[in-house]
Design a protein around this ligand. Structure first.
Ligand SMILES: Nc1nc2c(ncn2[C@@H]2O[C@H](COP(=O)(O)OP(=O)(O)OP(=O)(O)O)[C@@H](O)[C@H]2O)c(=O)[nH]1
Ligand SMILES: [Zn+2]
Length: 381
Protein backbone atom coordinates (compact mmCIF):
# COMPACT_ATOMS: atom_id res chain seq x y z
CA UNK A 1 0.00 0.00 0.00
CA UNK A 2 1.59 3.35 -0.95
CA UNK A 3 2.10 5.68 1.99
CA UNK A 4 -0.25 8.34 0.61
CA UNK A 5 -3.03 5.72 0.44
CA UNK A 6 -3.02 5.08 4.17
CA UNK A 7 -6.40 5.70 5.74
CA UNK A 8 -6.72 8.63 8.13
CA UNK A 9 -5.64 7.86 11.64
CA UNK A 10 -2.88 5.45 10.65
CA UNK A 11 -0.04 7.94 10.34
CA UNK A 12 0.54 8.44 14.07
CA UNK A 13 0.79 4.74 14.78
CA UNK A 14 3.04 4.16 11.78
CA UNK A 15 5.30 6.99 12.94
CA UNK A 16 5.36 5.50 16.44
CA UNK A 17 6.55 2.14 15.06
CA UNK A 18 9.21 2.98 12.47
CA UNK A 19 10.32 -0.66 12.10
CA UNK A 20 6.83 -2.01 11.58
CA UNK A 21 4.82 -2.60 8.40
CA UNK A 22 1.07 -2.85 7.84
CA UNK A 23 -0.41 -6.30 7.32
CA UNK A 24 -3.94 -7.62 7.33
CA UNK A 25 -5.33 -10.38 9.52
CA UNK A 26 -6.40 -13.24 7.26
CA UNK A 27 -7.01 -15.86 9.94
CA UNK A 28 -7.34 -15.92 13.68
CA UNK A 29 -6.24 -18.83 15.80
CA UNK A 30 -6.13 -19.46 19.50
CA UNK A 31 -2.40 -18.87 19.67
CA UNK A 32 -2.10 -16.00 17.25
CA UNK A 33 -2.88 -14.69 13.83
CA UNK A 34 -2.11 -15.29 10.19
CA UNK A 35 -1.37 -12.03 8.38
CA UNK A 36 -0.65 -10.95 4.80
CA UNK A 37 0.85 -7.74 3.53
CA UNK A 38 -0.96 -7.91 0.17
CA UNK A 39 -3.99 -9.97 1.11
CA UNK A 40 -5.82 -9.29 -2.14
CA UNK A 41 -3.21 -10.71 -4.49
CA UNK A 42 -2.16 -14.16 -5.57
CA UNK A 43 -4.13 -17.25 -6.39
CA UNK A 44 -5.17 -18.99 -3.26
CA UNK A 45 -3.95 -22.50 -2.82
CA UNK A 46 -6.73 -24.99 -3.53
CA UNK A 47 -8.42 -26.31 -0.43
CA UNK A 48 -6.77 -23.80 1.86
CA UNK A 49 -8.38 -20.68 0.52
CA UNK A 50 -6.08 -18.49 2.54
CA UNK A 51 -3.62 -16.11 1.02
CA UNK A 52 -0.42 -17.85 -0.16
CA UNK A 53 1.74 -14.97 1.02
CA UNK A 54 0.39 -15.09 4.54
CA UNK A 55 2.51 -15.89 7.59
CA UNK A 56 1.93 -16.34 11.32
CA UNK A 57 2.31 -13.35 13.63
CA UNK A 58 2.27 -13.44 17.38
CA UNK A 59 -0.32 -11.31 19.08
CA UNK A 60 0.18 -8.82 21.88
CA UNK A 61 -0.04 -10.61 25.24
CA UNK A 62 -3.04 -8.52 26.34
CA UNK A 63 -5.02 -9.87 23.38
CA UNK A 64 -4.68 -13.48 24.46
CA UNK A 65 -5.91 -13.08 28.03
CA UNK A 66 -9.56 -13.95 28.64
CA UNK A 67 -11.56 -10.86 27.85
CA UNK A 68 -13.26 -9.07 30.67
CA UNK A 69 -14.59 -5.59 30.76
CA UNK A 70 -12.89 -4.84 34.01
CA UNK A 71 -9.52 -3.66 35.16
CA UNK A 72 -8.96 -1.78 31.96
CA UNK A 73 -8.41 -4.97 29.99
CA UNK A 74 -8.68 -5.01 26.24
CA UNK A 75 -12.31 -5.79 25.39
CA UNK A 76 -12.90 -8.45 22.74
CA UNK A 77 -14.00 -5.89 20.17
CA UNK A 78 -10.77 -3.96 20.74
CA UNK A 79 -8.66 -6.95 19.74
CA UNK A 80 -7.88 -7.65 16.10
CA UNK A 81 -10.26 -9.76 14.06
CA UNK A 82 -10.15 -11.05 10.51
CA UNK A 83 -10.04 -8.07 8.17
CA UNK A 84 -8.19 -5.83 10.59
CA UNK A 85 -4.99 -4.08 9.58
CA UNK A 86 -2.18 -4.28 12.11
CA UNK A 87 1.45 -3.23 12.36
CA UNK A 88 3.90 -6.13 12.29
CA UNK A 89 7.57 -6.26 13.28
CA UNK A 90 10.12 -9.01 12.76
CA UNK A 91 10.63 -11.52 9.99
CA UNK A 92 9.68 -15.07 9.21
CA UNK A 93 8.97 -17.21 12.22
CA UNK A 94 9.31 -14.35 14.69
CA UNK A 95 6.85 -11.82 13.31
CA UNK A 96 4.74 -10.16 15.93
CA UNK A 97 1.93 -7.66 15.94
CA UNK A 98 2.75 -4.39 17.68
CA UNK A 99 -0.42 -2.37 17.10
CA UNK A 100 -3.97 -2.49 15.81
CA UNK A 101 -4.62 0.14 13.14
CA UNK A 102 -7.89 2.08 13.33
CA UNK A 103 -10.67 0.31 11.45
CA UNK A 104 -13.24 2.02 9.27
CA UNK A 105 -15.97 -0.52 9.79
CA UNK A 106 -16.74 -3.49 12.00
CA UNK A 107 -19.50 -6.08 12.02
CA UNK A 108 -20.33 -7.09 15.56
CA UNK A 109 -22.90 -9.03 17.47
CA UNK A 110 -23.62 -9.73 21.11
CA UNK A 111 -21.76 -12.90 22.10
CA UNK A 112 -23.76 -15.85 23.38
CA UNK A 113 -23.71 -16.31 27.12
CA UNK A 114 -24.90 -14.75 30.29
CA UNK A 115 -22.49 -11.84 30.54
CA UNK A 116 -22.46 -8.91 28.17
CA UNK A 117 -19.78 -9.30 25.58
CA UNK A 118 -19.36 -8.16 22.02
CA UNK A 119 -18.06 -10.40 19.32
CA UNK A 120 -16.35 -8.96 16.31
CA UNK A 121 -17.32 -10.84 13.17
CA UNK A 122 -15.14 -8.98 10.67
CA UNK A 123 -13.38 -5.64 10.34
CA UNK A 124 -12.85 -3.20 7.48
CA UNK A 125 -15.53 -4.59 5.21
CA UNK A 126 -17.42 -2.72 2.50
CA UNK A 127 -20.18 -5.24 1.87
CA UNK A 128 -22.00 -7.85 3.91
CA UNK A 129 -23.53 -10.68 1.92
CA UNK A 130 -26.42 -11.98 4.00
CA UNK A 131 -26.65 -15.51 2.64
CA UNK A 132 -29.98 -17.23 3.00
CA UNK A 133 -31.13 -20.41 1.32
CA UNK A 134 -34.48 -20.40 -0.46
CA UNK A 135 -35.51 -23.36 1.67
CA UNK A 136 -36.56 -23.67 5.30
CA UNK A 137 -33.77 -21.20 6.10
CA UNK A 138 -35.58 -18.37 4.35
CA UNK A 139 -37.04 -16.08 6.96
CA UNK A 140 -37.55 -12.32 6.43
CA UNK A 141 -37.56 -11.78 10.21
CA UNK A 142 -34.07 -13.23 10.49
CA UNK A 143 -32.94 -11.11 7.57
CA UNK A 144 -34.34 -8.03 9.36
CA UNK A 145 -32.18 -8.98 12.31
CA UNK A 146 -29.09 -9.23 10.11
CA UNK A 147 -29.87 -5.86 8.53
CA UNK A 148 -30.14 -4.28 11.97
CA UNK A 149 -26.66 -5.57 12.86
CA UNK A 150 -25.12 -4.54 9.54
CA UNK A 151 -26.50 -1.02 9.27
CA UNK A 152 -24.65 1.61 11.16
CA UNK A 153 -21.64 -0.69 11.54
CA UNK A 154 -19.61 1.69 9.38
CA UNK A 155 -17.64 4.60 10.69
CA UNK A 156 -19.94 7.47 11.53
CA UNK A 157 -17.50 9.84 9.82
CA UNK A 158 -16.95 10.36 6.13
CA UNK A 159 -16.55 6.69 5.29
CA UNK A 160 -19.62 5.17 3.68
CA UNK A 161 -21.48 2.66 5.79
CA UNK A 162 -21.35 -1.05 5.03
CA UNK A 163 -23.75 -2.09 2.30
CA UNK A 164 -25.87 -5.15 2.99
CA UNK A 165 -26.68 -7.41 0.04
CA UNK A 166 -29.16 -10.23 0.43
CA UNK A 167 -27.96 -13.33 -1.41
CA UNK A 168 -30.69 -15.90 -1.83
CA UNK A 169 -29.07 -19.25 -2.61
CA UNK A 170 -30.66 -22.48 -3.84
CA UNK A 171 -32.75 -20.49 -6.32
CA UNK A 172 -32.40 -23.45 -8.70
CA UNK A 173 -33.93 -25.87 -6.19
CA UNK A 174 -36.66 -23.49 -5.08
CA UNK A 175 -37.76 -22.67 -8.59
CA UNK A 176 -37.78 -26.34 -9.59
CA UNK A 177 -39.95 -27.22 -6.60
CA UNK A 178 -42.34 -24.25 -6.87
CA UNK A 179 -42.26 -22.09 -9.98
CA UNK A 180 -42.46 -18.45 -8.92
CA UNK A 181 -40.85 -19.12 -5.50
CA UNK A 182 -37.89 -16.85 -6.22
CA UNK A 183 -40.07 -13.91 -7.27
CA UNK A 184 -42.21 -14.41 -4.14
CA UNK A 185 -39.15 -14.32 -1.89
CA UNK A 186 -37.80 -11.18 -3.56
CA UNK A 187 -41.25 -9.63 -3.17
CA UNK A 188 -41.26 -10.49 0.55
CA UNK A 189 -37.94 -8.66 0.94
CA UNK A 190 -39.31 -5.60 -0.86
CA UNK A 191 -41.63 -5.21 2.12
CA UNK A 192 -38.64 -4.61 4.41
CA UNK A 193 -39.04 -0.91 3.83
CA UNK A 194 -35.85 -0.25 1.89
CA UNK A 195 -36.23 0.40 -1.82
CA UNK A 196 -32.47 0.38 -2.36
CA UNK A 197 -31.79 -2.96 -0.65
CA UNK A 198 -29.88 -5.19 -3.09
CA UNK A 199 -31.26 -8.71 -3.45
CA UNK A 200 -29.62 -11.39 -5.65
CA UNK A 201 -31.08 -14.85 -6.16
CA UNK A 202 -28.42 -17.34 -7.27
CA UNK A 203 -27.47 -20.93 -7.69
CA UNK A 204 -24.38 -20.88 -5.48
CA UNK A 205 -22.97 -23.92 -7.25
CA UNK A 206 -22.94 -22.18 -10.61
CA UNK A 207 -20.11 -19.80 -11.47
CA UNK A 208 -22.13 -17.90 -14.07
CA UNK A 209 -24.96 -17.41 -11.60
CA UNK A 210 -22.74 -16.05 -8.81
CA UNK A 211 -21.26 -13.55 -11.28
CA UNK A 212 -24.27 -11.44 -10.21
CA UNK A 213 -22.20 -10.49 -7.14
CA UNK A 214 -19.41 -8.95 -9.24
CA UNK A 215 -20.47 -5.30 -8.62
CA UNK A 216 -19.51 -5.75 -4.95
CA UNK A 217 -16.29 -7.63 -5.63
CA UNK A 218 -14.23 -5.08 -7.47
CA UNK A 219 -10.49 -4.80 -6.77
CA UNK A 220 -9.64 -3.48 -3.33
CA UNK A 221 -13.07 -4.18 -1.89
CA UNK A 222 -13.81 -6.48 1.01
CA UNK A 223 -17.00 -8.48 1.48
CA UNK A 224 -18.01 -10.79 4.31
CA UNK A 225 -20.40 -13.73 4.07
CA UNK A 226 -22.79 -14.25 6.96
CA UNK A 227 -25.69 -16.66 7.30
CA UNK A 228 -26.89 -19.86 8.91
CA UNK A 229 -25.00 -23.11 8.66
CA UNK A 230 -25.87 -24.80 5.40
CA UNK A 231 -26.99 -21.58 3.72
CA UNK A 232 -24.35 -22.05 1.03
CA UNK A 233 -21.48 -19.78 2.09
CA UNK A 234 -18.72 -22.27 1.32
CA UNK A 235 -20.38 -23.25 -1.95
CA UNK A 236 -20.58 -19.60 -2.93
CA UNK A 237 -16.94 -19.03 -1.95
CA UNK A 238 -15.80 -21.93 -4.10
CA UNK A 239 -17.76 -20.71 -7.11
CA UNK A 240 -16.35 -17.20 -6.69
CA UNK A 241 -12.87 -18.69 -6.46
CA UNK A 242 -13.56 -20.70 -9.56
CA UNK A 243 -12.64 -23.97 -7.95
CA UNK A 244 -14.66 -27.15 -7.81
CA UNK A 245 -16.87 -27.96 -4.94
CA UNK A 246 -15.01 -28.87 -1.79
CA UNK A 247 -15.29 -28.08 1.86
CA UNK A 248 -19.05 -27.95 1.48
CA UNK A 249 -21.84 -29.77 3.23
CA UNK A 250 -21.57 -32.89 1.16
CA UNK A 251 -20.12 -35.99 2.73
CA UNK A 252 -16.45 -36.22 1.93
CA UNK A 253 -15.00 -39.51 0.88
CA UNK A 254 -11.42 -38.74 1.88
CA UNK A 255 -12.22 -38.86 5.56
CA UNK A 256 -15.07 -39.97 7.75
CA UNK A 257 -15.76 -36.65 9.35
CA UNK A 258 -18.88 -36.36 7.27
CA UNK A 259 -20.24 -32.90 6.83
CA UNK A 260 -17.91 -29.99 6.61
CA UNK A 261 -18.75 -26.96 8.59
CA UNK A 262 -16.73 -23.79 8.44
CA UNK A 263 -15.07 -23.58 11.82
CA UNK A 264 -13.13 -20.37 11.62
CA UNK A 265 -13.15 -17.09 9.80
CA UNK A 266 -10.74 -16.55 6.94
CA UNK A 267 -9.99 -13.76 4.52
CA UNK A 268 -9.63 -15.13 1.01
CA UNK A 269 -8.28 -13.32 -2.05
CA UNK A 270 -10.62 -13.64 -5.03
CA UNK A 271 -9.49 -13.69 -8.66
CA UNK A 272 -11.39 -10.41 -9.13
CA UNK A 273 -8.96 -8.63 -6.77
CA UNK A 274 -11.48 -8.39 -3.94
CA UNK A 275 -11.17 -9.97 -0.51
CA UNK A 276 -13.85 -12.29 0.79
CA UNK A 277 -14.29 -13.19 4.45
CA UNK A 278 -16.06 -16.48 5.11
CA UNK A 279 -17.57 -16.99 8.55
CA UNK A 280 -19.00 -20.03 10.33
CA UNK A 281 -22.78 -20.35 10.38
CA UNK A 282 -24.40 -18.22 13.03
CA UNK A 283 -27.28 -19.44 15.08
CA UNK A 284 -27.64 -16.58 17.49
CA UNK A 285 -27.68 -12.95 16.43
CA UNK A 286 -27.84 -10.86 19.53
CA UNK A 287 -27.67 -7.09 19.16
CA UNK A 288 -24.78 -5.27 20.86
CA UNK A 289 -26.93 -2.35 21.97
CA UNK A 290 -25.27 0.04 19.53
CA UNK A 291 -27.75 -0.60 16.70
CA UNK A 292 -30.17 2.00 15.43
CA UNK A 293 -33.59 0.36 15.28
CA UNK A 294 -35.12 3.52 13.82
CA UNK A 295 -32.85 3.28 10.81
CA UNK A 296 -33.79 -0.30 9.99
CA UNK A 297 -37.48 0.30 10.66
CA UNK A 298 -37.80 3.81 9.29
CA UNK A 299 -41.20 2.94 7.78
CA UNK A 300 -42.61 2.05 11.21
CA UNK A 301 -41.06 5.03 12.95
CA UNK A 302 -42.51 7.30 10.27
CA UNK A 303 -45.96 5.82 10.89
CA UNK A 304 -45.51 6.21 14.65
CA UNK A 305 -44.87 9.89 14.04
CA UNK A 306 -48.38 10.17 12.64
CA UNK A 307 -50.13 8.61 15.67
CA UNK A 308 -52.42 11.00 17.52
CA UNK A 309 -50.52 10.59 20.81
CA UNK A 310 -46.82 11.14 20.92
CA UNK A 311 -46.36 8.33 23.43
CA UNK A 312 -48.67 5.97 21.52
CA UNK A 313 -47.91 2.33 22.36
CA UNK A 314 -49.71 1.26 19.17
CA UNK A 315 -51.93 -1.01 21.25
CA UNK A 316 -55.49 0.31 21.58
CA UNK A 317 -55.01 4.04 21.40
CA UNK A 318 -57.38 5.96 19.11
CA UNK A 319 -55.78 7.54 16.06
CA UNK A 320 -52.94 5.02 15.91
CA UNK A 321 -51.34 5.18 12.47
CA UNK A 322 -49.39 1.95 13.00
CA UNK A 323 -52.48 -0.16 13.72
CA UNK A 324 -54.26 1.56 10.85
CA UNK A 325 -51.47 0.53 8.48
CA UNK A 326 -51.63 -3.06 9.71
CA UNK A 327 -55.42 -3.09 9.23
CA UNK A 328 -55.06 -1.55 5.78
CA UNK A 329 -52.57 -4.28 4.88
CA UNK A 330 -49.71 -1.89 4.16
CA UNK A 331 -47.65 -2.98 7.18
CA UNK A 332 -46.91 -6.66 7.83
CA UNK A 333 -47.95 -7.42 11.44
CA UNK A 334 -45.01 -9.82 11.71
CA UNK A 335 -42.62 -7.05 10.75
CA UNK A 336 -44.20 -4.86 13.42
CA UNK A 337 -43.89 -7.64 16.02
CA UNK A 338 -40.24 -8.12 15.07
CA UNK A 339 -39.66 -4.37 15.38
CA UNK A 340 -40.98 -4.41 18.96
CA UNK A 341 -38.88 -7.46 19.82
CA UNK A 342 -35.67 -6.06 18.35
CA UNK A 343 -36.29 -2.65 19.92
CA UNK A 344 -36.53 -4.31 23.35
CA UNK A 345 -33.45 -6.43 22.72
CA UNK A 346 -31.40 -3.42 21.61
CA UNK A 347 -32.59 -1.41 24.61
CA UNK A 348 -31.69 -4.28 26.97
CA UNK A 349 -28.25 -4.66 25.43
CA UNK A 350 -27.71 -0.89 25.49
CA UNK A 351 -28.35 -0.90 29.26
CA UNK A 352 -25.77 -3.63 29.78
CA UNK A 353 -23.33 -1.84 27.54
CA UNK A 354 -23.77 1.36 29.55
CA UNK A 355 -23.16 -0.60 32.78
CA UNK A 356 -20.03 -2.09 31.38
CA UNK A 357 -18.72 1.27 30.20
CA UNK A 358 -19.45 2.75 33.62
CA UNK A 359 -17.67 -0.19 35.25
CA UNK A 360 -14.69 0.32 33.03
CA UNK A 361 -14.41 4.04 33.68
CA UNK A 362 -14.87 3.38 37.38
CA UNK A 363 -12.05 0.86 37.23
CA UNK A 364 -9.96 3.51 35.54
CA UNK A 365 -10.82 6.08 38.20
CA UNK A 366 -10.07 3.54 40.93
CA UNK A 367 -6.72 2.62 39.49
CA UNK A 368 -5.86 6.31 39.09
CA UNK A 369 -6.81 6.88 42.71
CA UNK A 370 -4.75 3.90 43.78
CA UNK A 371 -1.75 5.13 41.82
CA UNK A 372 -2.14 8.54 43.40
CA UNK A 373 -2.24 7.01 46.89
CA UNK A 374 0.87 5.00 46.12
CA UNK A 375 2.56 8.10 44.68
CA UNK A 376 1.66 10.08 47.79
CA UNK A 377 2.99 7.35 50.02
CA UNK A 378 6.14 6.33 48.16
CA UNK A 379 6.72 9.30 45.87
CA UNK A 380 6.41 9.21 42.08
CA UNK A 381 7.76 5.95 40.69
N1 LIG B 1 -28.57 -26.78 -5.69
C1 LIG B 1 -27.98 -25.93 -4.88
N2 LIG B 1 -27.36 -26.37 -3.76
C2 LIG B 1 -26.76 -25.50 -2.94
C3 LIG B 1 -26.78 -24.11 -3.21
N3 LIG B 1 -26.12 -23.47 -2.21
C4 LIG B 1 -25.70 -24.43 -1.36
N4 LIG B 1 -26.09 -25.66 -1.79
C5 LIG B 1 -25.83 -26.94 -1.09
O1 LIG B 1 -26.19 -26.78 0.27
C6 LIG B 1 -25.29 -27.48 1.13
C7 LIG B 1 -24.70 -26.58 2.20
O2 LIG B 1 -23.88 -25.60 1.60
P1 LIG B 1 -22.57 -25.02 2.28
O3 LIG B 1 -21.90 -24.17 1.26
O4 LIG B 1 -21.76 -26.10 2.92
O5 LIG B 1 -23.17 -24.14 3.44
P2 LIG B 1 -22.39 -23.15 4.45
O6 LIG B 1 -23.20 -21.91 4.53
O7 LIG B 1 -20.98 -22.98 4.03
O8 LIG B 1 -22.47 -23.90 5.81
P3 LIG B 1 -21.48 -23.80 7.10
O9 LIG B 1 -20.08 -24.05 6.61
O10 LIG B 1 -21.97 -24.86 8.03
O11 LIG B 1 -21.64 -22.41 7.68
C8 LIG B 1 -24.27 -28.11 0.18
O12 LIG B 1 -24.65 -29.46 -0.06
C9 LIG B 1 -24.37 -27.29 -1.08
O13 LIG B 1 -24.01 -28.03 -2.23
C10 LIG B 1 -27.47 -23.65 -4.40
O14 LIG B 1 -27.56 -22.45 -4.71
N5 LIG B 1 -28.04 -24.61 -5.18
ZN1 LIG C 1 -49.69 4.32 17.44
Amino acid sequence: MPADAFPPGWADLIDAHPHARPARIVEQHRSGYLVAESPDTGDSAPNSGSSPNSYPAESLPEWTRPAQYRKGETAPEERPAVGDWVLVEGEGGSARIVALLPRWSAIKRGAAGEHYRQQLIAANVDTVFVVSGLDDDFNPRRIERYLLLVRGAGDAGEQPAIEPVIVLTKADLAEAATPGAVADAVEALRALGDESLAVCAVNARDRDSVAALAPWLRPGRTAVLVGSSGAGKSTLTNSLLGIERMKTGEVRESDSRGRHTTTHRALIPLPSGACLIDTPGMRELKPTGEEDVGESFADIEALAGQCRFRDCAHAREPGCAVRAAIEAGTLDPQRFANYLKLRDEVAGAADKLADRLAQKSQARVQSKALNKRLDDKYGKR
